[in-house]
Design a protein. Structure first.
Length: 327
Protein backbone atom coordinates (compact mmCIF):
# COMPACT_ATOMS: atom_id res chain seq x y z
CA UNK A 1 0.00 0.00 0.00
CA UNK A 2 1.26 3.48 -0.77
CA UNK A 3 0.43 6.77 0.91
CA UNK A 4 -1.59 8.29 -1.92
CA UNK A 5 -2.44 8.21 -5.57
CA UNK A 6 -0.43 11.24 -6.65
CA UNK A 7 3.05 11.13 -8.13
CA UNK A 8 5.65 13.37 -6.50
CA UNK A 9 6.12 16.42 -8.62
CA UNK A 10 3.10 15.67 -10.81
CA UNK A 11 1.88 19.05 -12.03
CA UNK A 12 4.36 20.84 -9.76
CA UNK A 13 7.94 22.01 -9.99
CA UNK A 14 10.84 20.40 -8.15
CA UNK A 15 10.96 21.30 -4.48
CA UNK A 16 7.18 21.56 -4.18
CA UNK A 17 4.29 19.27 -3.28
CA UNK A 18 0.51 19.19 -3.16
CA UNK A 19 -1.77 17.64 -0.57
CA UNK A 20 -2.79 15.04 0.36
CA UNK A 21 0.46 13.31 1.25
CA UNK A 22 -1.22 10.11 2.49
CA UNK A 23 -4.60 8.47 2.04
CA UNK A 24 -5.11 7.74 5.75
CA UNK A 25 -6.37 9.81 8.70
CA UNK A 26 -4.94 10.56 12.17
CA UNK A 27 -1.38 11.42 11.07
CA UNK A 28 1.80 11.69 13.12
CA UNK A 29 5.04 12.76 11.46
CA UNK A 30 8.61 13.71 12.37
CA UNK A 31 11.83 14.60 10.57
CA UNK A 32 14.67 12.34 11.70
CA UNK A 33 18.18 11.94 10.31
CA UNK A 34 17.40 12.98 6.74
CA UNK A 35 13.92 11.53 6.34
CA UNK A 36 10.30 12.12 7.20
CA UNK A 37 8.56 9.30 9.05
CA UNK A 38 4.77 9.20 8.93
CA UNK A 39 2.08 7.01 10.45
CA UNK A 40 -1.69 7.15 9.88
CA UNK A 41 -4.62 5.02 11.00
CA UNK A 42 -4.66 1.72 9.10
CA UNK A 43 -7.09 -0.32 11.19
CA UNK A 44 -5.54 -3.78 10.95
CA UNK A 45 -1.89 -2.86 11.53
CA UNK A 46 0.55 -0.03 12.16
CA UNK A 47 2.17 1.12 8.95
CA UNK A 48 4.96 3.69 8.61
CA UNK A 49 6.19 5.63 5.58
CA UNK A 50 9.71 7.00 5.16
CA UNK A 51 10.90 9.51 2.52
CA UNK A 52 13.29 12.46 2.14
CA UNK A 53 10.55 14.88 1.01
CA UNK A 54 6.83 15.33 1.49
CA UNK A 55 6.29 14.78 -2.24
CA UNK A 56 8.14 11.47 -2.05
CA UNK A 57 5.96 10.33 0.86
CA UNK A 58 3.07 10.14 -1.59
CA UNK A 59 4.54 7.10 -3.36
CA UNK A 60 6.84 5.70 -0.69
CA UNK A 61 6.04 2.08 0.17
CA UNK A 62 4.41 1.65 3.55
CA UNK A 63 6.23 -0.64 6.01
CA UNK A 64 4.15 -2.67 8.45
CA UNK A 65 5.89 -2.20 11.79
CA UNK A 66 3.27 -3.95 13.90
CA UNK A 67 0.42 -6.41 13.59
CA UNK A 68 -1.12 -8.21 16.55
CA UNK A 69 -2.92 -11.54 16.84
CA UNK A 70 -3.86 -11.10 20.51
CA UNK A 71 -7.69 -10.94 20.43
CA UNK A 72 -7.69 -8.32 23.21
CA UNK A 73 -5.97 -5.79 20.92
CA UNK A 74 -6.02 -7.12 17.35
CA UNK A 75 -8.53 -4.77 15.69
CA UNK A 76 -9.28 -1.09 15.27
CA UNK A 77 -5.66 0.08 15.44
CA UNK A 78 -5.92 3.86 15.41
CA UNK A 79 -3.82 7.00 15.65
CA UNK A 80 -0.27 5.71 16.23
CA UNK A 81 2.30 8.19 17.53
CA UNK A 82 6.02 7.54 18.02
CA UNK A 83 8.28 9.42 20.45
CA UNK A 84 11.98 9.07 21.22
CA UNK A 85 12.43 8.82 25.00
CA UNK A 86 15.92 8.30 26.44
CA UNK A 87 17.32 5.80 23.93
CA UNK A 88 14.31 4.05 22.38
CA UNK A 89 11.29 4.84 20.25
CA UNK A 90 7.96 4.33 21.97
CA UNK A 91 4.97 3.87 19.72
CA UNK A 92 1.61 4.70 21.30
CA UNK A 93 -1.55 3.45 19.63
CA UNK A 94 -5.21 2.64 20.16
CA UNK A 95 -6.60 -0.86 19.60
CA UNK A 96 -9.82 -2.72 20.31
CA UNK A 97 -10.68 -6.36 20.87
CA UNK A 98 -11.55 -8.86 18.14
CA UNK A 99 -15.18 -8.50 19.24
CA UNK A 100 -15.05 -5.06 17.55
CA UNK A 101 -16.99 -3.49 20.43
CA UNK A 102 -16.03 0.20 20.47
CA UNK A 103 -15.76 0.41 24.26
CA UNK A 104 -12.92 -2.14 24.21
CA UNK A 105 -10.58 0.48 22.71
CA UNK A 106 -7.54 0.95 24.95
CA UNK A 107 -4.06 2.50 24.69
CA UNK A 108 -1.00 0.32 24.10
CA UNK A 109 2.75 0.91 23.89
CA UNK A 110 5.45 -0.63 21.71
CA UNK A 111 9.19 -0.25 22.38
CA UNK A 112 11.84 -0.28 19.65
CA UNK A 113 14.76 -2.70 19.79
CA UNK A 114 17.14 0.04 18.62
CA UNK A 115 17.06 3.63 17.41
CA UNK A 116 15.40 3.17 14.01
CA UNK A 117 11.82 4.55 13.92
CA UNK A 118 10.93 1.63 11.64
CA UNK A 119 11.74 -0.79 14.44
CA UNK A 120 11.67 -3.68 15.02
CA UNK A 121 9.29 -3.18 17.94
CA UNK A 122 8.11 -5.38 20.78
CA UNK A 123 4.96 -5.04 22.85
CA UNK A 124 5.67 -3.20 26.11
CA UNK A 125 2.25 -3.02 27.70
CA UNK A 126 -1.12 -1.41 28.04
CA UNK A 127 -1.06 2.20 29.22
CA UNK A 128 -3.99 2.99 31.52
CA UNK A 129 -5.18 4.75 34.64
CA UNK A 130 -6.43 2.07 37.09
CA UNK A 131 -9.01 4.54 38.40
CA UNK A 132 -10.38 5.25 34.91
CA UNK A 133 -9.98 2.09 32.87
CA UNK A 134 -13.12 2.53 30.79
CA UNK A 135 -12.10 3.57 27.28
CA UNK A 136 -8.93 5.20 25.95
CA UNK A 137 -7.97 6.50 22.50
CA UNK A 138 -5.66 9.03 20.83
CA UNK A 139 -2.85 8.92 23.37
CA UNK A 140 0.06 11.36 23.21
CA UNK A 141 3.02 12.07 25.49
CA UNK A 142 5.17 15.12 26.15
CA UNK A 143 7.93 16.18 28.53
CA UNK A 144 7.04 19.02 30.88
CA UNK A 145 9.83 21.64 30.86
CA UNK A 146 8.99 22.62 34.44
CA UNK A 147 9.63 19.30 36.20
CA UNK A 148 11.19 17.42 33.23
CA UNK A 149 8.73 14.55 33.74
CA UNK A 150 6.77 12.88 30.94
CA UNK A 151 2.98 13.14 30.84
CA UNK A 152 0.29 11.18 29.05
CA UNK A 153 -2.76 12.77 27.38
CA UNK A 154 -5.69 10.85 25.92
CA UNK A 155 -9.43 10.84 25.25
CA UNK A 156 -11.48 8.91 27.82
CA UNK A 157 -14.92 8.07 29.10
CA UNK A 158 -17.10 9.21 30.65
CA UNK A 159 -18.05 11.72 28.03
CA UNK A 160 -15.19 11.26 25.52
CA UNK A 161 -13.16 14.00 27.25
CA UNK A 162 -9.46 14.81 27.63
CA UNK A 163 -7.47 13.39 30.54
CA UNK A 164 -3.87 13.87 31.67
CA UNK A 165 -1.59 11.89 34.01
CA UNK A 166 2.10 11.81 34.90
CA UNK A 167 4.15 8.81 33.80
CA UNK A 168 6.48 6.68 35.90
CA UNK A 169 8.03 5.36 32.68
CA UNK A 170 6.93 5.39 29.01
CA UNK A 171 4.39 2.60 29.56
CA UNK A 172 3.12 3.17 33.13
CA UNK A 173 0.89 5.87 34.63
CA UNK A 174 2.18 7.13 37.98
CA UNK A 175 -0.33 9.77 39.10
CA UNK A 176 -4.11 9.79 39.22
CA UNK A 177 -5.48 11.28 36.00
CA UNK A 178 -7.58 14.42 35.86
CA UNK A 179 -10.07 15.62 33.27
CA UNK A 180 -9.34 18.81 31.39
CA UNK A 181 -12.40 20.77 30.41
CA UNK A 182 -12.22 21.93 26.79
CA UNK A 183 -14.66 23.83 24.59
CA UNK A 184 -16.39 22.18 21.65
CA UNK A 185 -17.41 25.37 19.83
CA UNK A 186 -20.96 24.15 19.31
CA UNK A 187 -20.22 20.40 19.39
CA UNK A 188 -20.87 18.58 22.66
CA UNK A 189 -19.92 15.00 21.89
CA UNK A 190 -16.14 14.65 21.47
CA UNK A 191 -12.78 15.98 22.66
CA UNK A 192 -9.83 13.96 21.34
CA UNK A 193 -6.46 13.97 19.56
CA UNK A 194 -4.58 16.06 22.15
CA UNK A 195 -1.01 17.19 21.41
CA UNK A 196 1.22 19.72 23.18
CA UNK A 197 3.27 22.41 21.47
CA UNK A 198 5.79 24.35 23.57
CA UNK A 199 6.94 27.88 22.77
CA UNK A 200 7.44 31.31 24.36
CA UNK A 201 7.27 30.02 27.93
CA UNK A 202 3.88 28.39 27.46
CA UNK A 203 2.35 25.02 26.67
CA UNK A 204 -0.29 24.95 23.95
CA UNK A 205 -2.51 21.88 24.23
CA UNK A 206 -4.33 21.62 20.93
CA UNK A 207 -7.12 19.09 20.50
CA UNK A 208 -9.88 18.07 18.13
CA UNK A 209 -13.55 18.67 18.95
CA UNK A 210 -16.75 17.31 17.40
CA UNK A 211 -17.37 13.94 15.78
CA UNK A 212 -14.60 13.33 13.23
CA UNK A 213 -17.22 12.37 10.64
CA UNK A 214 -18.81 15.81 10.77
CA UNK A 215 -17.63 18.71 8.59
CA UNK A 216 -17.32 20.83 11.74
CA UNK A 217 -14.57 18.68 13.26
CA UNK A 218 -12.17 21.38 14.41
CA UNK A 219 -9.10 22.20 16.51
CA UNK A 220 -9.29 24.03 19.83
CA UNK A 221 -6.57 25.03 22.27
CA UNK A 222 -5.83 25.17 26.00
CA UNK A 223 -2.88 27.22 27.28
CA UNK A 224 -0.73 26.80 30.41
CA UNK A 225 2.45 28.39 31.71
CA UNK A 226 5.38 26.03 31.15
CA UNK A 227 6.15 26.11 34.90
CA UNK A 228 2.57 25.34 35.97
CA UNK A 229 1.29 22.29 37.79
CA UNK A 230 -0.32 20.80 34.71
CA UNK A 231 -2.27 18.24 36.74
CA UNK A 232 -4.26 21.15 38.14
CA UNK A 233 -7.10 21.70 35.64
CA UNK A 234 -7.21 25.39 36.56
CA UNK A 235 -3.67 25.79 35.14
CA UNK A 236 -5.13 25.40 31.64
CA UNK A 237 -6.92 28.39 30.10
CA UNK A 238 -9.31 27.91 27.21
CA UNK A 239 -8.54 29.84 24.03
CA UNK A 240 -11.90 31.43 23.21
CA UNK A 241 -12.22 30.40 19.56
CA UNK A 242 -11.28 27.44 17.41
CA UNK A 243 -7.77 27.75 15.99
CA UNK A 244 -8.27 25.63 12.84
CA UNK A 245 -11.60 24.88 11.21
CA UNK A 246 -13.44 24.09 7.98
CA UNK A 247 -12.73 26.24 4.94
CA UNK A 248 -15.72 25.90 2.64
CA UNK A 249 -14.26 28.19 -0.02
CA UNK A 250 -11.23 25.90 -0.32
CA UNK A 251 -13.32 22.71 -0.23
CA UNK A 252 -11.82 21.52 3.08
CA UNK A 253 -14.04 20.07 5.79
CA UNK A 254 -13.46 18.45 9.17
CA UNK A 255 -9.80 19.41 9.67
CA UNK A 256 -8.33 17.96 12.85
CA UNK A 257 -6.36 15.16 14.51
CA UNK A 258 -2.99 16.72 13.97
CA UNK A 259 0.64 16.91 14.94
CA UNK A 260 3.46 19.43 14.65
CA UNK A 261 6.94 19.22 13.18
CA UNK A 262 9.72 21.58 12.13
CA UNK A 263 11.38 21.91 8.75
CA UNK A 264 14.66 19.98 8.39
CA UNK A 265 16.70 23.13 9.02
CA UNK A 266 14.58 24.16 12.01
CA UNK A 267 13.51 27.51 10.54
CA UNK A 268 9.83 26.72 9.87
CA UNK A 269 6.95 25.31 11.89
CA UNK A 270 4.57 22.89 10.20
CA UNK A 271 1.47 20.95 11.06
CA UNK A 272 0.17 17.66 9.72
CA UNK A 273 -3.56 16.92 9.97
CA UNK A 274 -6.40 15.10 8.31
CA UNK A 275 -9.39 16.61 6.52
CA UNK A 276 -11.84 15.67 3.78
CA UNK A 277 -13.27 17.25 0.66
CA UNK A 278 -16.93 16.50 1.44
CA UNK A 279 -19.31 18.37 3.72
CA UNK A 280 -21.29 15.15 4.25
CA UNK A 281 -21.38 13.45 7.64
CA UNK A 282 -18.99 10.63 6.73
CA UNK A 283 -15.73 9.09 7.92
CA UNK A 284 -14.71 8.29 4.36
CA UNK A 285 -12.24 10.46 2.48
CA UNK A 286 -10.20 11.72 5.44
CA UNK A 287 -6.68 12.22 4.08
CA UNK A 288 -3.42 13.53 5.49
CA UNK A 289 -2.30 17.05 4.61
CA UNK A 290 0.62 19.27 5.70
CA UNK A 291 1.04 23.03 5.76
CA UNK A 292 3.19 25.67 7.40
CA UNK A 293 2.02 27.80 10.33
CA UNK A 294 3.27 30.95 12.02
CA UNK A 295 2.99 32.77 15.36
CA UNK A 296 0.77 35.64 16.47
CA UNK A 297 2.21 38.79 18.08
CA UNK A 298 0.90 37.57 21.46
CA UNK A 299 3.02 34.41 21.17
CA UNK A 300 0.19 31.99 20.36
CA UNK A 301 0.32 29.72 17.30
CA UNK A 302 -1.42 31.01 14.18
CA UNK A 303 -2.49 27.87 12.33
CA UNK A 304 -4.34 29.82 9.66
CA UNK A 305 -6.90 28.08 7.44
CA UNK A 306 -6.73 24.66 5.79
CA UNK A 307 -5.73 25.10 2.15
CA UNK A 308 -7.21 23.58 -0.99
CA UNK A 309 -5.82 20.41 -2.49
CA UNK A 310 -4.79 22.19 -5.68
CA UNK A 311 -2.48 24.60 -3.83
CA UNK A 312 1.17 24.04 -4.75
CA UNK A 313 3.35 24.34 -1.65
CA UNK A 314 7.09 24.67 -1.24
CA UNK A 315 8.71 21.79 0.58
CA UNK A 316 9.74 22.56 4.17
CA UNK A 317 13.00 24.51 4.22
CA UNK A 318 16.12 22.37 4.10
CA UNK A 319 18.85 24.93 3.52
CA UNK A 320 22.24 23.84 4.76
CA UNK A 321 24.38 26.40 6.56
CA UNK A 322 27.59 27.04 4.58
CA UNK A 323 30.76 25.87 6.30
CA UNK A 324 32.22 28.59 8.47
CA UNK A 325 28.97 30.58 8.75
CA UNK A 326 26.07 30.52 11.13
CA UNK A 327 25.70 31.62 14.74
Amino acid sequence: MTGGASTPGAGTRAGTFTNPINSGPDPWMIWHEGHYYLTTTQGDCIRMWKAPTLAALKVAPGVVVWRDSDPARSHGLWAPEFHFITNRWYLYYTAMAASRVDTTHRMHVLESEGTDPLGPYHYRGRLFDPANDLYAIDGSVFQHPGDHRWYFLWAAHPGHRLRIARLANPWTVESPSVQLEAAGFGCDEVREGPVVLRRHGRLFLTYSACDTGKPDYTIGMLIADERADILDPSAWVQHPVAVFERNDAAGVFGPGHHGFFQSPDGTEDWMVYHAKSSSDYTYAGRTTRAQKFTWNPDGTPHLGQPISLDTVLDEPSNRKTPKGSGP
